[in-house]
Design a protein around this ligand. Structure first.
Ligand code: ADP
Ligand code: MG
Length: 301
C-alpha cells in the first residue's frame, strides 16, 4: 500500500502549528492536509488569520510545525539539520513576499540581486551572467537590469523578486500575497510572470492571494478556514458542440485524513444544521439531515 501523498511533490499531512504568546495558545494550523503535484499552479485563499502565511512559512523552511508531517520533494522538513535547511532554501524553493521591500536588497541593482543567490550556490561567473540575462528577459525586465529597486515601480520590483526567487532554478515557488500591495492591473502583470515561470520553466507555483481575479485563473484553488483545508475549486476548459470553449469551475469540500469535513456556513444556516446531525449512507452519496431536537426525542418517551 502506498502512503498518503506518495506521488505528490508537496505533502502536508495533519499539520498543526500552535503559537504560544505569553500564556495564550493560538492554533494557527489545526490539522491541515494538502497535496500539490509537480508542475501545478495552485492558489490558496482564506480570510485573514486563517493560517495561510503560517503554512507558507513552514513550506519555505522558515518555521517548523508543532505536529504533523511535511515533505517537499525529497526533503522532510521536520528532519533537517541547519545546513540542510539552508541548502533547501537556496536550491529547492524560491519565495516572494507581499512586502516588495522584503524581496530585494536596496543597495544592489536588479541584476546583482538576481546574481546573489547564484554566487551563494557557486555558479561560475559566465553562467551567472547568462542566466541573469535570460531570467530578466523571461520576466520582461531585460531593460531594467541596472536599476536599483527604488528606481522601479511596485510591479517591476515584484517581477525582479520573481527573478531572484528563480535564480537557482528551484522546483517550487511560494508567493505570499505577491500582488497585495499593487493595483489590479500591475498585480495582473506580476501574476502573468508567475504563470510564465509555471508554464515556461515548469516550476510548481503555490500562491496565496486575496485576489479573486487571480484565483479564478488557476486550475486549482484551495480554501483554508481556521487552519484547515476547507474546500477546493477545480477548473477545466470544456468545448461545447459549437466549438466554444468555456471554463467550468466546480467546488469540492475536502475530507481530511481523519474523515472530517467542513460544511459551508451557507448550507448549515439554510437547514439549521448544528451539533448533532443525522448521516445516512446511500448507494452513491451520503445524506446529512438536521438532528432531531433533543426536546422532541424526550417528548416521545
Ligand atoms: P493569514 O496569513 O491567513 O492571515 P497567519 O498564518 O498569519 O494567517 O495567522 C494565523 C493565526 O496565527 C492568526 O490567528 C495569527 O494571529 C496567528 N499568528 C501568526 N503568526 C504568529 C506569531 N508569530 N505569534 C503568534 N501568533 C501568530
Ligand atoms: Mg498572511
Amino acid at each position: 500500500m502506498t502512503a498518503y501523498g506518495d506521488e505528490a511533490l508537496i505533502v502536508c499531512d495533519s499539520l498543526v502549528r500552535i503559537y504560544q504568546v505569553e500564556k495564550i495558545e493560538v492554533q494557527a494550523l489545526q490539522g491541515l492536509d494538502l497535496l500539490v503535484d509537480r508542475g501545478e499552479m495552485v492558489a490558496i485563499v482564506g480570510a485573514s488569520g486563517s493560517g495561510k502565511s503560517t503554512l507558507l512559512n513552514i513550506l519555505s523552511g522558515l518555521d517548523a510545525p508543532t505536529a504533523g508531517r511535511v515533505r517537499v520533494g525529497e526533503w522532510d522538513l521536520l528532519d533537517m539539520s541547519a545546513k540542510q535547511r539552508l541548502a533547501y532554501r537556496r536550491s529547492m524553493v524560491g519565495f516572494i513576499w507581499q512586502q516588495t521591500a522584503r524581496n530585494l536588497l536596496p543597495y544592489l541593482s536588479v541584476a546583482e540581486n538576481v546574481a546573489l543567490p547564484m554566487s551563494y550556490a557557486r555558479m561560475p561567473r559566465a553562467d551567472r551572467r547568462r542566466r541573469v540575462g535570460d531570467l530578466l528577459e523571461v520576466l520582461g525586465m531585460g531593460g531594467k537590469a541596472h536599476r536599483r529597486p527604488k528606481e522601479l515601480s511596485g510591479g517591476e520590483q515584484q517581477r525582479a523578486a520573481i527573478a531572484v526567487a528563480l535564480a537557482n532554478d528551484p522546483q517550487v515557488l511560494f508567493a505570499d500575497e505577491p500582488t497585495g500591495e499593487l493595483d489590479s492591473q500591475t498585480g495582473g502583470a506580476v501574476f502573468d510572470a508567475l504563470r510564465s515561470a509555471n508554464t515556461e520553466l515548469g516550476t510548481t507555483v503555490v500562491i496565496v492571494t486575496h485576489d479573486a481575479e487571480v484565483s479564478s485563473q488557476v486550475q486549482r484553488t484551495v480554501a483554508i478556514r481556521d487552519g484547515r483545508t476547507a474546500s477546493e475549486v477545480l477548473r477545466h476548459e470544456e468545448v461545447d458542440e459549437w466549438g466554444d470553449a468555456s471554463v467550468i469551475a466546480r467546488e469540492y469540500a475536502v475530507l481530511d485524513r481523519a474523515g472530517r469535513l467542513q460544511l459551508p456556513a451557507g448550507y448549515r444556516s439554510a437547514l439549521g444544521l448544528r451539533g448533532r446531525v443525522r448521516l445516512e449512507l446511500e448507494e452513491d452519496h451520503v445524506g446529512v439531515w438536521p438532528g432531531e431536537a433533543r426536546e422532541a426525542v424526550s417528548d416521545e418517551r
